[in-house]
Design a protein around this ligand. Structure first.
Ligand SMILES: Nc1ncnc2c1ncn2[C@@H]1O[C@H](COP(=O)(O)OP(=O)(O)OP(=O)(O)O)[C@@H](O)[C@H]1O
Length: 745
């Protein structure tokens, strides 16, 4: 247990601090251009790092110093830095700290992973320290960053480097945190690390929330915070901050817009752009590749990549939350043999943080599917081996930030960008921006198509099918809203093929597209107008003829020289993964190896019929194929009508034959009855004979009741007439008496 410090000790400590502050203040005074005193100086900077307004002479006293310990900063900060294992300064730290420590406004830019965080954390701590800031002084510094995860990361660095200071600091990021608890404490905080939205919420809702004494404002990922998405929020925030403050802006892709400088009321800011003259805009140890992948083969390619990098930590960028969710869900079902995770803005904050910290763990391999929420600033503990950009980034800046999640500080990393044939212009833009990316064409013949498997998954899991539809729509919308139409043109996309590649049974309706485009039904083809399709084909052809891009085999592409990630023969392909689920799926998908080309403009609920080539047919085209023994075969409408006629004739003929047979049977039955009847008469005669002398009389009586019979079933029926032989009254009386007598006896 730490013993409480005595009053005497505390007094001594206070005096030392006062002395230190005075010394630091005098250094700052000496850095003012009109001071005329002998300035303390800072180490000379690397050849690439501009010196700004600090002249060469002012650096002389610290010549050769490259360590934090040599900076004119407080002992508390030095201790914090040393204990956090920050010893030597990076270029951006050496270039920006002198200016920032002097209290100047700084606009700093340097490559991703080059240590910009300390370039503003140290000046923040030092400024408040020199101002003898305490809890009762309220908010002295605000550090803003665009995402919650990044805020969390900055807060961790602040806690670690500033642990010997007595400032109070708070993380205000929203997303599940109780705003009421925050409101109670926010006025006691000296340093706020926050997202713009949450800060604005406090400004609007928290009683007596006061930033009027603000000393330092920091915008990390400044270009992002200054762009349109945060514009309204930022303007509202700035309007409530005092103009007299120090402002520090940092980003790997810095803004130089005069408008932004005016908006933020920067006063004669220092531009520190340490890697401006560098040959590359991205980290030196980052190996970057681009491969040309058609839209409908992206998932095949991604699965192949993941399966051949099971020992790596892979960060995969997709364009929307829905895309991330969908790919995560279906890839989980496909079981590529590596843990999968996903991160997007729609997740609960607790879960987001949990996934983020799990992925940061050094000893585990995994794949994280993410939106651009993870594209900026996140350090991931320097553990990311590969950055895979499945969906093309919006612009060069976005590309630089995404790939910057690997190869951080002094570590190496690799990245791969999937570029569709229609997006190749981005490669030119990247080359122009000094991004050393190597384009390669891949022989996609060896790719295992996953669309069949996805179809089966979608059939089994309707919720995933819904996700697939949403992913399809949001992807197209993301392309539709992108500004650079030379690169992102939704009209050039093979929409139906894309839908089929997600395993969807039919192309969903795309409401936001021009009706002329989406209502053009071309069975089995893209729904795009002819001109667009041919444009696309031309584009592909030209690309094949003229493009100097090296063509490589898929297997060669995945070769990793350093760590030997090679897609070898014993690396299982999709077909080799044997799990019950996959087995089922494979059986179900056997029949649908070919991708069904579906007319997207069919009214909902219409039954879809395909021929053997998986082309869609008119809905009533199905008839029985008796000859071939198949269950069914398909013909066109005309053939179908002929077949119906033939079938009808055949049925009528069969009916006629049946009737004839039936009639014949009836006739035979009747003839038999007649014979029986005739035979019956003979028998009766015999009976009569046996009965004695009355036999003849009985016969006469029967004959009396005899009628004329017509064989109604037979037109040629014989007409039989039985003559009615009458007997006299006397004879009848005699006959009746005879009968009575015989009955009594
Ligand atoms: N002087 C230093 N010595 C050792 N490690 C450092 C130093 N400065 C920064 N680092 C480490 O380098 C990594 C990258 O630092 P940081 O996150 O500040 O980079 P960045 O330039 O802000 O990157 P991004 O542009 O992506 O936001 C971190 O892991 C950090 O701990």
């Amino acid at each position: 247990m730490r013993r409480p410090k005595s009053r005497h000790f505390r007094k001594k400590q206070q005096l030392l601090e006062e002395e230190e502050i005075e010394l630091l203040d005098s250094w700052i005074q000496s850095q003012k251009p009109d001071s005329g005193s002998n300035p303390m100086s800072l180490p000379p900077l690397g050849s690439n790092a501009p010196l700004g307004r600090l002249d060469e002479e002012s650096f002389s006293r610290y010549a050769g110093a490259t360590r934090f310990q040599q900076l004119p900063i407080s002992q508390k900060t030095k201790d914090g830095l040393r204990q956090s294992k920050y010893i030597k300064m990076t270029d951006v730290q050496r270039a920006s700290l002198p200016h920032a420590l002097c209290g100047r406004d700084v606009i700093g830019a340097s490559k991703t992973g080059s240590g910009k965080t300390l370039s503003f954390i140290i000046p923040v701590l030092e400024k408040l320290y020199r101002e003898r800031w305490g809890t009762e002084d309220g908010v002295g510094s605000i550090i803003m960053s665009p995402t919650r995860e990044l805020c969390g990361q900055l807060f961790d660095v602040l806690k670690s480097v500033g642990k010997h200071h007595n400032f109070s600091a708070g993380l205000l990021i929203g997303g599940g945190e109780d705003i009421d608890t925050e409101k109670e404490h926010v006025n006691d905080l000296n340093i706020l690390v926050c997202t713009p939205r949450r800060l604005l919420q406090h400004m609007n809702e928290t009683l007596n929330f006061d930033c009027s004494q603000l000393q330092v404002l920091v915008l990390d990922e400044a270009d992002r915070i200054l762009d349109n998405k945060f514009q309204t929020d930022l303007n509202a925030i700035i309007s409530q901050l005092p103009k007299c403050r120090q402002t520090l802006l940092f980003s790997a892709t810095q803004t130089k817009s005069i408008q932004d400088i005016t908006r933020l009321s920067l006063k004669d800011p220092e531009y520190v752009s340490v890697h401006d003259k560098s040959a590359e805009a991205t980290p030196i140890r980052l190996c970057q590749t681009a491969i040309i992948v058609p839209l409908d083969q992206k998932l095949d390619m991604l699965l192949s990549f993941i399966k051949s990098h099971r020992n790596a930590k892979v960060l995969v960028f997709l364009s929307s939350c829905k895309q991330v969710k969908f790919v995560f869900e279906v890839f989980k079902k496909l079981q590529p043999g590596i843990p999968l995770k996903c991160l997007h803005g729609r997740m609960k904050q607790e879960k987001r943080m949990g996934i983020y910290s799990q992925f940061c763990k050094k000893d585990s391999v995994s794949v994280l599917f993410s939106t651009d929420v993870a594209s900026r600033g996140l350090d991931f503990n320097k553990v990311v081996d590969w950055v895979v950009q499945v969906d093309c980034p919006e612009d060069v800046e976005s590309y630089i930030h995404r790939v910057g999640r690997t190869a951080r500080f002094s570590s190496a990393g690799k990245s791969i960008l999937f570029v569709m044939p229609s997006e190749q212009k981005i490669l030119e833009n990247l080359q122009e921006a000094k991004v050393p990316i190597k384009p390669r064409k891949v022989n996609t013949k060896t790719l295992q198509p996953v669309s069949g498997l996805l179809s089966s998954i979608l059939i089994k899991h309707p919720n995933i099918q819904h996700l697939a539809q949403r992913a399809f729509i949001t992807y197209l919308r993301s392309i539709h809203v992108k500004k650079d139409k030379e690169i992102f043109d939704v009209k050039k996309l093979p929409i139906d093929e894309f839908s089929a590649s997600l395993g969807l049974p039919m192309t969903p309706k795309i409401r936001f597209l021009d009706p002329k485009i989406r209502n053009k039904p071309v069975a089995g083809k893209s729904s795009l107008p002819e001109s667009y399709t041919s444009d696309k084909e031309n584009l592909l052809e030209n690309h094949c003829e003229e493009d100097p891009i090296e063509k490589v085999d898929l297997n060669d592409l995945w070769v990793d020289e350093d760590e030997g990630f090679i897609l070898t023969e014993d690396t299982p392909n999709l077909g080799d993964v044997k799990t019950p689920e996959i087995e089922d799926i494979r059986l179900a998908s056997k029949v649908s190896k070919k991708k069904k080309k579906i007319n997207p403009h069919r009214p909902l609920g219409t039954r879809v019929v395909f021929d053997d080539e998986c082309n869609e047919l008119p809905p009533l085209a199905k008839i029985a194929d008796a000859d071939s023994g198949n269950a069914s075969f398909f013909v066109d409408q005309k053939k179908k009508a002929e077949n119906y006629k033939r079938m009808r004739e055949e049925l009528m003929q069969a009916d006629k034959e049946d009737k004839l047979v039936q009639r014949q049977r009836h006739r035979e039955k009747r003839i038999k009855q007649k014979r029986k009847w005739k035979g019956g008469n003979t028998e009766d005669d015999n009976v009569d004979d046996l009965a004695g002398s009355e036999g003849e009389g009985t016969r006469d009586r029967l004959h009396k009741n005899a009628k004329i019979y017509f064989d109604s079933d037979d037109d040629n029926a014989e007409r039989k007439e039985v003559t009615d032989k009458s007997i006299s009254v006397h004879e009848q009386e005699e006959l009746a008496l005879k009968l009575l007598n015989s009955m009594h006896s």
